[in-house]
Write a new protein. Structure first.
Lengths: 103, 149
């Protein structure tokens, strides 16, 4: 016969499992971050550049914050554009509904 | 019900719930006709040039979206679907000067991530590039997004 303590433990275990599953389905909490090296394209006027930098992705209340803190712009074609080898950084937020639609 | 049977049912339900959007890529020689029955508007698929690609996707919400393209880039976007959104405000910094711009934006789901294309727009700010145009194209990897959402 089960003791009350044993039943209580089982209930807690179920609760923890349920909460764990719920948090897994909802993803990481707001404020969570992850970073990854990214190569992307930048256009300034009619000149095309490529930037290789570590992008920081942050889950925000409004969506996905994308922050590129530093990177250098290298001209894709020659002769090099006037911003060749200049520093580039950018920040923007992709709306939550876009994330919801595709992921 | 045995615990094992119950667990199997739970796993099966979870798998069904996580089923990805189905897509069909038509390649050269395929019959590209389809029966677009149902409600809602569906834009025409125009044919222009050669090597046209038509990608029809049934989204997770049951909507039918389509994308056409002629480039190899679109070919690689095996799971692409039509983009959404109108504009996106960004704060770029170039050569040490901070600017702001509001760019037209297109989001495209690709096989490897989310492609964000910001069309060129005027840079505002006090730097020497104020009034010049800036654009950006970046693909955010699937893993980075699924890790957070």
């Amino acid at each position: 016969m089960r003791t009350p303590r044993c039943s209580c433990f089982g209930l807690c275990l179920c609760l923890c499992l349920c909460l764990g599953a719920a948090s897994l389905a909802a993803g990481a909490p707001v404020g969570s971050q992850t970073s990854q090296l990214n190569t992307f394209s930048v256009n300034v006027d009619d000149f095309a550049y490529r930037v290789n930098a570590t992008a920081m992705y942050t889950r925000t209340a409004g969506g996905l914050g994308v922050s590129i803190p530093a990177g250098n712009m290298f001209s894709v074609v020659q002769p090099a554009g006037p911003q060749n080898n200049q520093a580039y950084s950018v920040f923007f937020t992709i709306p939550q509904d876009v994330i919801d639609r595709f992921f | 019900m045995k615990p094992r049977t119950f667990a199997c049912i739970i796993l099966l339900a979870a798998a069904l719930g996580a089923a990805p959007a189905r897509s069909q890529v038509f390649t050269s020689g395929d019959d590209a006709s389809f029966d677009a029955t149902g409600t809602g508007a569906f834009g025409p698929l125009a044919v222009a040039g050669t090597n046209n690609l038509f990608l029809l996707t049934v989204t997770s919400t049951g909507n039918l979206s389509a994308q056409t393209g002629t480039s190899a880039t679109t070919t690689a976007a095996a799971t692409a679907s039509a983009g959404t959104g109108a504009t996106l405000a960004i704060t770029p910094s170039i050569a040490g000067f901070s600017y702001q711009s509001v760019n037209g934006v297109t989001y495209t789901k690709t096989a490897t991530g989310l492609l964000v294309v910001l069309s060129p727009a005027a840079l505002t700010g006090s730097g020497p590039l104020a009034g010049h145009t800036g654009g950006l194209t970046i693909e955010i990897p699937n893993a980075s997004i699924t890790q957070l959402f």
